[in-house]
Design a protein around this ligand. Structure first.
Ligand SMILES: [Zn+2]
Length: 254
C-alpha cells in the first residue's frame, strides 16, 4: 500500500468533506453556493484560507470563529473527518475500481443526507441528480449500455413502488408518510443495486428505522422520523456486503 497515495486521498477527502458541509448547509437554507465567500454567520467577517483548512482549523480553533468566538458545532469537523477517512479506506478496500467510485458516491450521499435530513428535514435534489448521473456514466464505462439501462429501469421501478407505498400510507394514516426526497432516493437505490438487492436495501432500511420510529411513536405522536438516513444506510450496507446479500437472496428465493 502506497503511503503517499493514501495521504493524498486523505487530504482530497478532507477538502471534499469541507465542500460538502458548505454545500449542504447553504443549499438547505436556500443560499447560493458561489457567493458570498465563506464568512462567519455571526460576525460576518470573511474567513481567511487558514481558517478553512479541513480538520486542522477546527482543532486549532476548537470549533469557534477566530474573530468573535462563536461556537459552530462539531458537524463541520465530523463531515471533514469521515470524508478524509473514507477516501483512503475504500481505496484500500476496493482498489481503483467501479466499486470504489460507486461507494464514494453512496458515502457522499450518506454524509449529505445525514447532514441535511437530520438538521433541516430535507433531502437535496442536486446531490441525488449528480450522483445518479455519475453512476450511469460509471456503468457505461466499466460495463455497457445494457447494464446502464437495467439500472435505470430498476431505479424507475423502485421509484414507482415507493411512490405507490407513499400514496397508500397517506390514505391509511391520513398524513404524508414518505417524503419526496425518500422516493427520489429510491431511484438511486434501484439504479445502483438493480431490483432484488434494491428491494433488500429498502427492507433493511425499514428494520434500521424501526427502533427510532417505535420510540418516537411511543413518546409523542406528532414527531416525524426522517427516513432518508435509514434508506441511504440500507443502500450503503447492501452495496458494501452485496456478495453476502446475494447468497442470502439465493438461499431465500431459490
Ligand atoms: Zn465570527
Amino acid at each position: 500500500m502506497n503511503v503517499y497515495v493514501m495521504v493524498c486521498l486523505f487530504i482530497i477527502g478532507g477538502l471534499v468533506g469541507s465542500f460538502y458541509h458548505v454545500l449542504g448547509t447553504r443549499l438547505a437554507n436556500n443560499l447560493s453556493i458561489v457567493s458570498p465567500r465563506s464568512h462567519c454567520l455571526n460576525c460576518q467577517k470573511k474567513l481567511k484560507w487558514y481558517d478553512l483548512i479541513p480538520i486542522i482549523s477546527f482543532i486549532s480553533l476548537r470549533g469557534k470563529c477566530r474573530y468573535c468566538g462563536k461556537y459552530y458545532g462539531i458537524d463541520t469537523f465530523l463531515v471533514e473527518l469521515v470524508m478524509a477517512l473514507a477516501f483512503p479506506f475504500f481505496y484500500w478496500y476496493y482498489g481503483l475500481s467501479y466499486n470504489y467510485f460507486v461507494i464514494l458516491i453512496i458515502f457522499s450521499l450518506l454524509v449529505l443526507i445525514f447532514l441535511t435530513d437530520l438538521k433541516y428535514m430535507i433531502i437535496l435534489d442536486s446531490p441525488l441528480i449528480i450522483g445518479s448521473l455519475l453512476i450511469m456514466v460509471l456503468k457505461l464505462l466499466y460495463y455497457d449500455y445494457q447494464e446502464m439501462l437495467i439500472g435505470i429501469l430498476s431505479g424507475i421501478f423502485l421509484f414507482l413502488f415507493m411512490l405507490f407505498l407513499g400514496f397508500l400510507g397517506t390514505k391509511i394514516f391520513k398524513r404524508e408518510s414518505l417524503g419526496g426526497g425518500d422516493i427520489k432516493l429510491s431511484f438511486v437505490i434501484g439504479l445502483t443495486l438493480n431490483i432484488p438487492l434494491g428491494l433488500t436495501a429498502i427492507i433493511l432500511s425499514t428494520f434500521l428505522a424501526l427502533p427510532l420510529a417505535t420510540y418516537s411513536l411511543l413518546k409523542d405522536q406528532e414527531h416525524e422520523v426522517p427516513y432518508g438516513p435509514f434508506l441511504i444506510s440500507g443502500l450503503f450496507i447492501v452495496f458494501l456486503f452485496q456478495d453476502k446479500f446475494l447468497i442470502l437472496l439465493n438461499f431465500l428465493l431459490p
